[in-house]
Design a binder for this molecule. Structure first.
Ligand code: GLN
Length: 460
């Protein structure tokens, strides 16, 4: 119980960071008391693998009987009628869910400024953004408000805030964790991910949440590995890795020069440590962001059509007919960025433009997949920076396209379904942290976590 109380105090003491949208204080304390009681009265009773572990969940993940709003006004006071499979699996291992975490509305954004409940602030420097869309989840770990935070990653929303906030951000393979109970943004990209203090914490949480689920047909079908055992001395091997780095990423004109330099130094260091590191050619960096935004906005425009004032909580008042129910509800309920994306998605799917945009982007997605498969044939993993810069000032990026372009290093993993992780390995001379990103082929989550563990424990 003291542990839960500690985190509750942390949340109150740092409330200006605007991390939690709701804290389930009474419930979390009650659960903690029950667990304490079990320890006292039945010390030999079996304990879950997450016995007493305190977890925050991004406000796009359903937890039965609790509000879920996707940081949007349109969901009003809607309460989940069932729990996400991921949440059920955590609870079955005796975890304590502490509350829901702020994020960009429907996961759309890279700064957390698109939340209907105000931005989250970076605890390292409160004039800076935490990144997005899982900014609340990243700061919850950065500022020690819970032990593990769930996020979701459609194009970088776990890894980019992890990079800006100096924590581990792990997006498993597409389909590794069931999407049942995750509010949809772009269904062929969305994946629940983790923000943690260490690779070990991410591995243990994955082990519990991963695996097939009858409610999500896109789940990978193999049973999950006991990922937490990967780092056990009897399992872990320090075998040299075949590592690729993408030349075009290092040469990218938008990359902060100091990040470029430190990436080069990291590559040298990996080589000196005995790994085989080589440059690969990936000539699609200019297409990647556009492809991502065409496909995700198309999917979003369809997914978000369900918020019509009829099915869910919020409905505009003073409406004269059904058409007005739809238009007034959606006009008042959605924020600017969400509206922009619904319009963009509707446009790229519209008759006459479909082939030029959506069809073309699907073809590019296929090319990205085959090109990366070739890289994975000869390499164990790809390394690249997680972000082109460190965290920007709140309010600094007004032009949406410049924000979109900053996703250039994270969207690839989602376009090809790869697992990817951001490791908090670097500090910039401006005082802010940034991450090293690793990718492996879809399904190879265990290999990725092993490599991440190996690389993050390298002596510098
Ligand atoms: N920044 C990206 C976007 O706005 C990624 C978001 C996400 O991964 N949910 O689409």
């Amino acid at each position: 119980m003291q542990v839960v109380q500690y985190y509750l105090d942390q949340i109150v003491d740092q409330s200006q960071l605007n991390v939690f949208l709701e804290v389930f204080s009474t419930e979390a304390l009650t659960k903690a008391m029950e667990l304490d009681e079990q320890l006292r009265t039945r010390p030999d009773a079996p304990r879950g693998k997450l016995f007493g572990v305190v977890i925050g969940i991004k406000d796009v993940i359903c937890y039965k009987g609790h509000k879920v709003r996707a940081a949007s006004k349109i969901l009003g006071d809607f309460e989940s009628v069932y729990s996400a499979t991921a949440v059920e699996r955590l609870l079955a291992e005796d975890a304590i869910i502490l509350g829901s975490l702020n994020c960009d509305e429907f996961g759309m954004g890279s700064t957390n400024e698109n939340s209907a409940f105000g931005p989250v602030r970076n605890a390292y420097d409160q004039t800076k953004v935490p990144g997005g869309s899982s900014g609340g989840s990243a700061v919850a770990i950065q500022a020690d408000m819970c032990m593990i935070a769930l996020g979701s990653d459609t194009g970088g929303s776990v890894r980019q805030p992890a990079s800006f906030c100096d924590v581990v951000g792990f997006k498993p393979s597409y389909g590794r964790i069931s999407r049942h109970g995750l509010i949809a943004y772009a269904s062929s990209f969305d994946q629940i991910g983790l923000l943690t203090k260490s690779v070990e914490d991410a591995a243990l949480s994955l082990e519990i949440m991963a695996g097939p689920d009858a409610y999500d047909a896109t789940c990978l079908q193999e049973e999950p590995v006991t990922y937490s055992q990967l780092f056990h001395p009897s399992h872990s091997s320090d075998k040299p890795l075949k590592i690729a780095y993408i030349q075009q990423c290092l040469d990218h004109p938008g990359l902060d020069p100091e990040i470029r330099e430190n990436m080069r130094a990291k590559i040298d260091q990996l080589t000196q440590a005995g790994h085989k590191v080589s440059a690969v050619d990936f000539p699609y960096m200019d297409q990647i962001v556009a492809t991502y935004y065409i496909l995700t906005t198309a999917e979003a425009s369809s997914n978000l059509s369900r918020y019509d004032g009829v099915h869910f909580a919020y409905r505009a008042k003073d409406t004269k007919n059904l058409e007005e129910v739809y238009t007034k509800t959606r006009t008042a309920g959605f924020g600017m960025e969400v509206k922009r994306r619904i319009m963009l998605g509707t446009f790229v799917l519209s008759a006459g433009y479909f082939d030029a945009y959506y069809g073309q982007a699907q073809k590019v997605r296929r090319i990205l997949q085959t090109t990366s498969d070739k890289i994975y044939e000869a390499h164990d993993l790809i390394v690249l920076p997680t972000t082109t810069s460190t965290a920007f000032e709140l309010g600094a990026k007004q032009d949406p396209v410049s924000v979109y372009l900053s996703d250039v290093f994270t969207v690839l993993a989602n376009l090809i379904g790869s697992p990817a992780i951001s490791l908090p390995l670097f500090k910039h001379s401006n005082g802010m942290p940034y991450g090293l990103q690793l990718l492996t082929k879809r399904g190879a989550d265990a290999a990725l976590l092993s490599a991440a563990h190996q690389i993050s424990s390298m002596r510098v």
